[in-house]
Design a protein around this ligand. Structure first.
Ligand code: BGC
Length: 803
């Protein structure tokens, strides 16, 4: 089964897309899938998780560290570059490196090019073959990885080889002239070398907080050659000249260490640590570093890799989706979470959204619960920011940031989109009104507890987070005396095209859940840490009884008795019922923002993304299949899927209602999003490209929770398989309550194998057949494949979703 993602040929139009597609990372560093000779114009980036900076009144965003892999190779003076660079030694006469083809016809011709990712070992590879003016064939091959064992380390091995004898010039080092969206974030760039002149380094400071960042590089060059140090304002590089024989490769390895003072360390220590780390890496050598890295990845896959029989395309896309999640998973720190665009750049301000709790958490809960805990502890550590936001708006408790960075203060601005026609900022209400974020956080905390049975998160601050979120909603909610019920007015639900609506069904249902979670979590706190419980109550203006009252009397829009439809928010049905193609036909600009004050969708029933249908997925036990079908059929044609968070939810609910083949195109669209690069790139004039971790998590959800039909409530694991026609079987590992299981779902049979190391038996139900699986036991359960109920979804037509 394939583990390789490959792309042949070079297309300058796909540089940005490939930068996302071929990313490597280790949860601390993300390195975009660019080529060695690329620079800022090609969006090269080394993103450090949790390091942000703000310049003046521009947007706060992640810092792009100096590029330690910057390398230009020349053959007999001619650049070997897909872009055609210039040797800096000649730059004065001919223009600057990276500024296009200053050499004219002398540039070697690119005759073959390939970029690949080995998902199994998390290694990026590149091979480019050039033909020089004198007919020599010269090849560059490189391999790189972000060490999964040493979080500060990126290692790259580059080999160059020619069919004729001649001279290579390699200019390699650290480039501080980096791509920035709202920068420059690094100032006072200082270059240096160690005493022996072997380790190069570049140190700079972030503008806002003055945090030092050092990139150090130790190189190992096989074959000697003449070395010269090149120090420029923004870079430090070495120029190596060596003669080589025909067919004999010249190889060099770069050991690049990226350190920062995020933990308060002064520049001196940061510099020393990075140089030491680069030097140590060189001592260990490439092969050993690669081996330990690959071994660590093998362990990641042991607990997460799945196989799909009968569908190679889905197989690779699923593996790739999991790869994308693994490379950005904070497995070492509970101070960072996963931004909406992962570590793929500065897009979306590097901010953490509800995407993490609702779309990524399930993958980690089932495969790496320790990462899930870190993700939720991040919310505990950012509680103060959430309290500040609530206070800023005059509310009680915790109002989590819509766009959260390292402190939990909201990076979302009041004007988050620019109008494409006037260039003027538009007032958006994501920050002020997407209050469901606080309920999503509480939901995530409870998911972790219910799923793992581990109370520590609740006792280490999780219960307090849930309580503060409940307090926020108590102060935000409105008691309607005439109807004798609580309502949640003036909110924006997941469908961002309709801002400031009343009683959004999803939001109200989530708030109800948040209130329940808060009460239950506080009970656990009361029994385990009564002092803390009492202290929290003592500083609260609201009592558990009041929260209970709001929970019991909170209005949640219900399915209509006749047609089963749930109205997305008060008076949604009064909006114009236009078809999606008609609405698109009204757009005056391809990037026009559909929502906001006067967007084309605002006055219509067209929604941006799954909203009611998401609620039906999250609370699937509460709704009859007919209700799910009716709402899927109603809302799907009206959904623009303008967010990458949407399609997977339609796949999930289609599978849940026995129509996996209806769900399949939505699943594929989700699972291939970063492979094809087909996603929205602009909202207004805002660039939103990058990787899509929520969709990556959504692909996993659709396969495991949708098609395999796995549900676990912390008590019993249930399997309700609904495999798409193309799939013969799906097999996957899961971790439930600390126990490991391998589950194989094929047509007509489920096989559950429990690890011999499990401590207790687990109760399963397979399409309502109950059984217990003891440690070490393998159980086969035949089930009646439900057959395809496709078509049950009525007259709905998937809205042109293709893959
Ligand atoms: C979606 C949000 C999402 C954000 C980040 C927006 O386009 O509407 O739901 O949280 O992107 O992925």
């Amino acid at each position: 089964m394939s583990w390789i993602v490959r792309e042949s040929g070079f297309d300058p139009e796909r540089i940005a897309h490939h930068g996302n597609k071929f990313m490597i990372g280790n949860g601390v560093l993300g390195y975009r899938g660019t080529l060695e000779e690329f620079g800022k114009s090609e969006l090269t980036a080394t993103i450090v998780a949790g390091l942000y900076d703000k310049v003046g009144d521009k947007w706060r965003e992640p810092v792009n560290a100096p590029n330690g892999l910057a390398t230009a190779v020349f053959w007999d003076g001619a650049p070997l570059s897909v872009l055609k660079a210039v040797d800096p030694a000649d730059a004065g006469a001919r223009g600057k490196a990276g500024e296009g083809d200053a050499r004219g016809d002398a540039s070697p011709e690119l005759v073959a090019h390939e970029q690949a990712l080995d998902l199994r070992r998390a290694v990026h590879r590149r091979r480019s073959v050039f033909r020089t003016a004198d007919g020599a064939e010269v090849a560059i091959t490189s391999e790189r990885f972000c060490s999964a064992v040493r979080p500060e380390l990126i290692v790259s091995r580059i080999a160059v080889e020619s069919s004729r004898e001649g001279e290579f010039t390699i200019v390699t080092g650290i480039d501080g002239d980096v791509w920035d969206i709202n920068g420059p974030h690094l100032e006072r760039i200082e270059s240096g070398t160690d005493a022996a002149g072997e380790v190069l380094s570049l140190t700079a400071w972030t503008q806002e907080l003055g945090i030092p960042v050092t990139v150090a590089e130790a190189a190992e060059v096989r074959g000697g050659g003449e070395h010269q140090l090149l120090r420029e304002d923004l870079s430090v590089r070495r120029r190596i000249q060596m003669r080589c024989r025909a067919g004999e490769p010249v190889e060099f390895v770069k050991y690049v260490a990226v350190w920062t003072g995020q933990d308060g360390a002064p520049a001196r220590d940061v510099r020393t640590a990075s140089a030491q780390s680069a030097r140590e890496a060189r001592q260990l050598g490439y092969d050993r570093l690669l081996q330990e890295h690959a071994d660590r990845w093998e362990r990641k896959w042991e607990t997460s890799d799945m196989t799909v029989e009968g569908d190679e395309e889905a197989q690779l896309a699923l593996r790739y989706s999991m790869y994308q999640l693994h490379i950005i998973a904070p497995d070492r720190s509970e101070r960072v979470s996963i931004p909406a665009r992962g570590l793929s750049g500065q897009v979306y301000k590097g901010a953490v959204f509800w995407d993490t709790e609702m779309f990524m958490l399930p993958f980690f809960l089932h495969t790496a619960p320790e990462v899930a805990r870190n993700l939720m502890m991040y919310r505990v550590h950012t509680l103060d920011g959430a309290k500040r936001k609530a206070a800023e708006y005059g509310y009680d408790g915790a109002f989590y940031a819509w766009e959260s960075q390292e402190t939990g203060d909201d990076a979302c601005t009041l004007f988050n989109v620019n109008d494409v026609f006037t260039g003027r900022p538009m007032r958006t209400y994501f920050r002020d009104k997407q209050v469901h974020i606080s309920a999503d956080v509480a939901y995530g905390i409870w998911q972790y507890y219910a799923f793992t049975g581990d109370e520590s998160l609740l006792l280490d601050g999780g219960a307090e987070v849930a309580w503060e979120c409940a307090k926020f909603f108590y102060s935000y909610g409105y008691f309607n005396p005439r109807k004798q019920r609580y309502e949640i007015l003036d909110v924006t639900g997941p469908d961002e095209y309709h801002e400031r609506v009343n009683n959004n069904a999803f939001t109200n249902r989530m708030v109800k859940e948040c209130l329940r979670v808060a009460l239950d979590a506080m009970e656990i706190l009361r029994s385990r840490n009564p002092e803390r419980y009492e202290a929290l109550l003592a500083e609260s203006a609201v009592s558990p009884e009041q929260i209970r009252d709001m929970h019991d009397r909170l209005y949640v829009p219900q399915p209509d008795a006749k047609d089963g439809l749930i109205e997305q928010f008060d008076r949604y049905y009064t909006l114009e019922d236009v078809s999606l193609p008609d609405l698109k036909g009204r757009m005056l600009h391809p990037h026009e923002y559909l929502g906001g004050g006067n967007g084309p969708a605002t006055t219509t029933q067209i929604l941006k993304q799954a909203d009611v249908v998401l609620m039906l997925h999250l609370f699937k036990g509460d709704y009859a299949p007919s209700v799910k079908q009716a709402n899927w059929a109603y809302y799907e044609p009206r959904t623009e899927h303008g967010s990458s968070l949407s399609a997977c939810i339609y796949a999930l609910v289609a599978a849940d209602t026995g129509s996996p083949d209806w769900g399949y195109p939505y699943f594929m669209r989700t699972a291939t999003i970063d492979l094809t690069g087909e996603s929205k790139q602009y909202v207004g004039d805002l660039y939103i490209g990058g990787t899509h971790p929520a969709a990556n998590g959504g692909a996993w959800m659709a396969a495991i929770q949708g098609f395999a039909g796995l549900r676990y409530d912390g008590n019993q694991a249930e399997l309700r398989p609904a495999l798409p026609s193309a799939w013969q079987a799906i097999e996957f590992p899961v971790c439930l309550r600390g126990g490991s299981y391998r589950i194989r779902v094929s047509r007509g049979e489920v096989v559950i194998k429990a690890s011999g190391e499990n401590s207790t038996a687990m109760r399963f139900s397979v399409r309502d057949q109950e059984l217990a699986v003891a440690p070490g036991q393998e159980v086969r359960v035949p089930y009646e494949a439900a057959g395809s109920l496709d078509g049950q979804l009525g007259s709905a037509r998937p809205s042109g979703v293709k893959h």
